[in-house]
Ligand binder design. Sequence first.
Ligand SMILES: Cc1cc2nc3c(=O)[nH]c(=O)nc-3n(C[C@H](O)[C@H](O)[C@H](O)COP(=O)(O)OP(=O)(O)OC[C@H]3O[C@@H](n4cnc5c(N)ncnc54)[C@H](O)[C@@H]3O)c2cc1C
Length: 207
Amino acid sequence: MDTDYDQKMHQRYGAPLLTIHKADLQLALINRAKELGVEFRLGDWLKDVNSDVPEVITISGERFPCDLVVGADGLWSRCRECFLGTQDKPNATGDLYRIMLRLKDIPDQDLRDLVAKPGLNFWLGPDCRVIAYSIRSGELYNSVLLRPDDLPAEVAKREGSTEEMKALFANWDPTCVPPAAFIHIHPIRLILTFNSACSDSWALSLR
Ligand SMILES: Cc1cc2nc3c(=O)[nH]c(=O)nc-3n(C[C@H](O)[C@H](O)[C@H](O)COP(=O)(O)OP(=O)(O)OC[C@H]3O[C@@H](n4cnc5c(N)ncnc54)[C@H](O)[C@@H]3O)c2cc1C
């Protein structure tokens, strides 16, 4: 068992290893950006980037002239497609089950200890792996169980089958998969993807 992973990461990357709820991180970033005068416009989608003007065009038809476009629209990025000039779908690399536990719902003392103690846990095994960590100072525990991809090509997300998940991890360390008492919290099953187009070749600047 590797118990000084955080120190190794600190040595390698020169920064501490932290676990944080994505919603909390986004809120912190939004609040800081607002303090700095950034204006947010929600409920619209980027349709096109016109690098001749330059400007971005949204699906509602609004046009925003700009000096710099930062494309941060995720794996199915429309922004990236505009720069590449071609469709750019991510590749499926596996599926995952995701389960979120709340400390207040857990009677089992061993699991409470695991959830309440800030930490990051990895389990590696044949074809699968599990990453689980405490967030919000031990109030929440996020479990991600990765498995080979066999979702149909057109499905990116669906409710996971608890039975299927338990069968797949049946011979694993029981702490990987939350005990039966918590399995009424249905796991979400999602596709995991990787995008190979992100190379130096698409780092373009607008005129
Ligand atoms: C179930 C799950 C569990 C995960 N667990 C972890 C984890 O434990 N640890 C970890 O480090 N990472 C995890 N990840 C990965 C992590 O969420 C992503 O790496 C990260 O969110 C990528 O950030 P991003 O800003 O590039 O894209 P995103 O977070 O996907 O944000 C893109 C944003 O752009 C918006 N957008 C998309 N298209 C347009 C458009 N045309 N116009 C305007 N807006 C648009 C989207 O609505 C979205 O708000 C997980 C992912 C999933 C799905």
